[in-house]
Design a protein around this ligand. Structure first.
Ligand code: HEC
Length: 171
């Protein structure tokens, strides 16, 4: 009968543990008034808050055109833009953003670029438009949203404005 005693003992033990688990005083860290994964925060960010990382929403060219350049037109920003322009854009657009100014046009004529110092690019297209072109690409031009961050892209636009100041489209 020893085995029966043991079985009863084990059964009783399990029963007590089970009962204790079911009691309202049993709490763990998950069970608390906090925002769970996939749940929405009740606290909305302060008005005017803007995200500093993550993916930006998809914008049309017109929506992009309306976004102002948040960076000042300083030498430091222009310098950064120059480095990035030479790294990412020069190969197709050339150092002076001339039509088909980069070496790629000789190998792949389909990638011949427009002159970015034409009147439309200087006076009609705003900084935000160029920003979106860099981010999303344009027809045959690849997007640069992965190789650059927000500050990089606005800096490139500042540098492009410098090129436009120095050189204007000459037919
Ligand atoms: C692989 C070649 C290539 C690279 C690199 C490239 N572009 Fe382009 N880009 C093009 C071509 C080709 C066009 C014209 C045809 C088109 O719009 O697809 C163009 C067009 C543009 C336009 C004019 C869009 C319009 O509205 O007409 C802008 C502005 C521009 N590129 C800026 C840039 C900047 C800034 C960079 C660097 C971040 C860059 N591109 C890198 C090939 C390139």
């Amino acid at each position: 009968m020893k085995w029966l005693n043991r079985l009863c003992f084990i059964g009783l033990g399990l029963g007590i543990v089970g009962l204790a688990q079911a009691q309202p005083w049993v709490r763990n860290m998950v069970d608390q008034p906090s925002i769970k994964p996939q749940e929405r925060s009740y606290l909305l960010p302060v008005e005017g808050t803007v995200p500093r990382s993550g993916r930006e929403p998809k914008r049309t060219w017109d929506e992009g055109n309306a976004v102002p350049n948040p960076l000042p037109h300083t030498q430091a920003v222009i310098k950064r833009g120059k480095v990035l322009y030479e790294r990412f854009c020069s190969v197709c657009h050339g150092p002076e953003a001339t039509a088909g100014g980069g070496p790629i046009a000789k190998i792949a004529p389909a990638l011949t670029t427009p002159d970015l110092t034409m009147d439309i690019y200087i006076n009609v297209r705003k900084d935000g438009y160029f920003y979106e072109i860099i981010r999303q690409g344009h027809i045959l031009m690849p997007p640069y949203d992965e190789g650059t961050n927000v500050i990089d892209r606005w800096s490139i636009v500042h540098y492009l404005r410098e090129i436009q100041k120095i050189r204007r489209f000459q037919p």
